[in-house]
Design a protein around this ligand. Structure first.
Ligand SMILES: C[S@@+](CC[C@H](N)C(=O)[O-])C[C@H]1O[C@@H](n2cnc3c(N)ncnc32)[C@H](O)[C@@H]1O
Length: 233
């Protein structure tokens, strides 16, 4: 896996910003379903385009978007205008007060790091600044088709050259901080539950119940992402 530098991200966002934004957010709707309490404060780390933060802000939640790259934060501010506060923040050392946010999450951050030690450092910092729930979303190693697709794309674009995780592996990084639940994000079930499809019309409380109880029992071979939710003790 190649290390992705600031210059890599500057070039990559130049190329991919519009296409990312034209893809509907999926992490945001999963978090909306899981956390119905709109008064909780939310921080997205390594948010890039911050499309999921924008979605959550649109539901009336108080969201702060962040990325360590000032250029990404500036682009996101320009894109989303006054929808939310956007800050520059390094996931290894945020500089925030302990328990600064009720919920913190990221999608596609830990997959950039091959060393377990780096993930452990980021998990510790995330736990420190989180009051209620920390959420880590990574690419799912159990889905061979998804992995092969990324391997093929990585031959021409290093954006797709990243680490895939197994469930037990990613769970182990989070469990030291509290009770941990593993859910799909981007799977046949979640597309049904959070999209406007057949099940999308079921009452929200029922969809939430199905997500929490049936989600972990579905086959990870069909998940795109693994979402690990830790309740801080
Ligand atoms: C794959 S992108 C995330 C995409 C995002 N989920 C979206 O929907 O647009 C990864 C992001 O992580 C950021 N990043 C890399 N290292 C970071 C760090 N140490 N702290 C915070 N952000 C970081 C990069 O600048 C990049 O914007």
């Amino acid at each position: 896996m190649v290390e992705k530098t600031n210059d890599f991200w500057k070039d990559s966002w130049e190329q991919h910003w519009s296409s990312y934004l034209s893809t509907p957010p999926h992490q945001g709707p999963c978090l909306e379903l899981l956390f119905p309490n709109k008064s909780w404060s939310i921080l997205e780390m390594a948010g890039g385009t911050m499309r999921d933060s924008a979605y959550l802000a649109g539901t009336g939640r108080t969201v702060t978007g962040s990325d360590y790259l000032p250029e990404a934060a500036a682009r996101a501010r320009e894109t989303h205008k006054a929808a939310m506060e956007i800050i520059t923040l390094d996931a290894f050392q945020t500089g925030l007060q302990p328990d600064a946010f009720d919920i913190t999450y990221h999608n596609g951050l830990w997959v950039l790091f091959s060393k377990d030690e780096d993930i452990r450092k980021m998990a510790a910092e995330q736990a420190r600044i989180t009051r209620k729930y920390m959420v880590a979303t990574v690419h799912c190693a159990h889905n061979q088709k998804y992995k092969d697709d990324f391997r093929e794309r990585a031959t021409s674009d290093d954006l797709y050259n990243l680490r895939f995780f197994e469930i037990d592996e990613v769970r182990a990084f989070c469990e030291p901080y509290g009770q941990t639940l593993v859910l799909p994000c981007g799977s046949p079930l979640t597309y049904q539950l959070v999209g406007g499809w057949r099940w999308g019309r079921l009452p929200r409380a029922l969809r939430r119940w199905l997500y929490i109880h049936a989600g972990p029992r579905t086959s990870p071979a069909e998940w795109h992402r693994i979402m690990v939710v830790t309740h801080l003790g």
